[in-house]
Design a protein around this ligand. Structure first.
Ligand code: PTJ
Length: 260
């Protein structure tokens, strides 16, 4: 049973999100390690100011363009993402025409079922990753995530993998696939090796990507290519780290902060 979070609590949003993750774990949607992952994310989000900075909006635009230009984009879903932004990820999948595939690090049938139900409630129709007759193995990946859907990740040229572990990102890149990710830690192996890294909270990032996807969807291919040239993934990732470090410096020099 989760406690009521008082609306006037100064950290209301953060506490409500934390409760969603805990409740998700009780419902077998989120892995136990998902709680630890969430805590790590929260710490980085605190440094970010719990808002989307300009560089992240640019990363999100580059991510959406990359997914729109892909031949067979796929969105990989894990427990944390399913709980944090089910409606938004289903909408993004619809706009980008990128199927959703459940692909878990801590793979268990009951979790796959629970995530499938949650996504269906949010409006998803054809969810990959749960039909055993369509399973294929990617030998380059060393853990449970090697089992993928033959209609989805197996043949996709561009996989969106929010909140990912580094091994799979590297394996998918080695297989020649583009990888788009969201990870609040700009120094994680995932962030460093993805084709496009978004340094933002997945709850904000996916919502903003939906809005960019609506804008870009009707752009012709040449205009989209020109727009893409405005953004450089590595430079934006460097900007993310510089942003975090200068924010820490600013906070450290803010005397008022220490007068509480
Ligand atoms: O549901 P499963 O079984 O597939 O497991 C999912 C987790 C997330 C538990 C699994 O993939 C895992 O262990 O991931 P890691 O290696 O802990 O990496 C998660 C990354 O996501 C870390 O770098 C966190 O900083 C980051 N992160 C956590 N919460 C958020 C986040 N990034 C963006 N938004 C968040 N809300």
């Amino acid at each position: 049973m989760t406690p009521e979070v008082p609306k006037n609590h100064p950290r209301y949003e953060s506490l409500v999100t934390r409760e969603k993750i805990i409740e998700g774990m009780h419902q077998k949607i989120v892995a136990e390690a998902g709680l630890i992952a969430h805590g790590r994310g929260e710490a980085f989000d605190y440094i970010l100011g719990e808002n989307t900075p300009d560089f992240a909006l640019k990363q999100e635009k580059l991510a959406v363009i990359t997914l729109l230009k892909a031949e067979e984009p796929v969105i990989s879903i894990n427990g944390n993402v399913a709980v944090l932004c089910p409606n938004e990820i289903v909408e993004l999948s619809r706009i980008l025409e990128a199927p959703l595939e459940i692909n878990l690090f801590y793979r268990r049938l009951e979790r796959e079922e629970a995530i499938k139900n949650l996504l269906e409630k949010a409006g998803a129709q054809n969810i990959y990753g749960v039909d055993q007759s369509k399973q294929e193995t990617i030998p380059e990946i060393s853990h449970q995530r090697r089992i993928v859907d033959s209609r989805g990740i197996a043949r996709s040229d561009c996989v969106f993998v929010p909140l990912e572990d580094g091994d799979r990102t590297m394996a998918l890149r080695k297989l020649g696939k583009d990888v788009v990710t969201v990870d609040l830690n700009p120094l994680s192996r995932t962030s460093l090796t993805a084709t496009v890294s978004i340094t933002n909270n997945v709850s904000r990032a996916v919502k903003e990507m939906v809005s960019f996807a609506k804008d870009y969807k009707n752009m012709n291919s040449l205009a989209l290519e020109d727009e893409k040239k405005r953004f450089d993934n590595k430079a934006l990732l460097q900007e993310a780290l510089k942003f975090m470090s200068s924010r820490l410096e600013e906070l450290a020099s803010d005397r008022k902060l220490f007068e509480v």
